[in-house]
Design a protein around this ligand. Structure first.
Ligand SMILES: *Cc1c(COP(=O)(O)O)cnc(C)c1O
Length: 355
């Protein structure tokens, strides 16, 4: 099966082989150097000099870890889709005082409204979803960061789960205090490992925050990562082998710029295809480089399509949540090639007899 869903994604055979390597101790020189190698390479992918911690949890684990350990007074959750909303759920279940500001599905976060919200001086932390996978809106970091840079006391948590590794993020340039990401989207790995970059501001903040949980206490994890290059509990060692291996591939074989360019090329191909036969949910300028949401304006039978695609070895994705019956999503991320994408879209043309 080829996975054209926006995560998890297809993982190359050579990466899967890494998962079957013999295990090593979680206390020892080998694991420390493995961890060190991973964070050094992740820094390049994230565009940061900041420290990075690795969490043996999926992306949501790192979202929870960041929000709970970094909010002192009150958080502002700025959402334009289901993954943005998830931060609000996390706040609720952790008794973190938070307000939700919600833009409509398919809309981008508006920087002027963000400015007005931050001006109220109620918040010490904000969360933003860079690439809203549920709608395929990619928020504009240049515009948004121009706003939050005016409020240096506010910590910025940015979810880059479905963009890191496919799009340039540049954590330091955009003053991102905690960049949260995970393995199973544009990085092209199996799920189960995630990461957070931490600015000096974020490190100071977690010193001040009281109850931070246990497993997801960022301070505990960070301190041990700093002092020993190890983690308080046994990490997902096999995924660390795979991550280390894939980061080498990304940086040294494909090249980061080439990888970003390939993602954009695939995105453009998909957008043109979507505009030729349908309409896109997201307006130009805010479309994601890793996933595209297409409006099923002709009301074609999506369950028939899904079944037929399955017979051809493809996993299809409808829209997310409320958009499920009206839209479908084409993922074009990780190690997907243009040839594979063209074959998939051509198969959809055949099944639905598009012309
Ligand atoms: C997939 C995704 C998540 C959730 O990650 P899990 O690894 O499933 O916990 C969070 N944010 C975004 C933007 C995502 O695409």
């Amino acid at each position: 099966m080829k996975l054209f869903i926006p995560g998890p994604v297809d993982v190359r055979e050579d990466i899967l082989k890494q998962l079957s390597k013999p295990l090593i101790s979680h206390r020892g020189k080998e694991i420390s150097s493995l961890q060190n190698n991973i964070t050094a390479k992740l820094k390049i992918v994230m565009g940061t000099e900041n420290d990075i911690i690795i969490s043996s949890s999926s992306g949501t684990g790192s979202m929870e870890m960041a929000l709970r350990s970094l909010t002192l007074k009150k958080a502002l959750i700025i959402s334009n889709g289901s993954f943005g909303d998830r931060f609000y759920e996390i706040a609720k279940y952790n008794h973190i005082d938070a307000d939700l500001h919600r833009f409509f599905d398919g809309e981008a976060i508006n920087s002027e409204i963000l400015d007005k919200l931050l001006e109220t001086d109620q918040y010490d932390t904000i969360t933003v979803t860079h690439n809203e996978t549920s709608t395929s809106v990619m928020n504009n970091l240049e515009q948004l960061s121009a706003v939050w840079k005016k409020y240096p006391k506010i910590l910025v948590i940015l979810d880059t789960v479905s963009s890191l590794g496919g799009v340039k993020i540049d954590v330091d340039h955009y003053n991102i205090d905690a960049c949260v990401s995970a393995s199973q989207k544009a990085l092209g790995l199996p799920p189960g490992i995630s990461f957070i970059s931490l600015s000096q501001k974020a490190i100071q903040r977690m010193e001040q925050v009281g109850y931070k949980g246990y497993y997801l206490d960022l301070k505990r994890v960070y301190e041990m990562a700093q002092s020993k290059n190890q983690y308080p509990s046994t990490p997902t060692i096999s995924l660390m082998f795979a991550l280390d291996y894939q980061l080498d591939y990304i940086l040294n074989e494909e090249g980061l710029e080439n990888r970003f360019n390939r993602h954009l090329e695939l995105a453009k191909y998909t957008r043109n295809w979507g505009k030729k036969y349908f309409e896109l949910l997201v307006k130009d300028g805010f479309q994601s480089h890793t996933v595209t949401t297409i409006k099923n304006i002709h009301n074609y039978d999506m369950s028939y399509l899904k079944e037929e695609l399955k017979k051809s070895g493809y996993l299809f994705s409808e829209g997310y949540g409320k958009l499920k019956s009206e839209t479908f999503r084409i993922a074009h991320m990780a190690d997907r090639t243009l040839t594979e994408l063209k074959e998939y879209l051509a198969r959809i043309e055949e099944i639905w007899q598009l012309s």
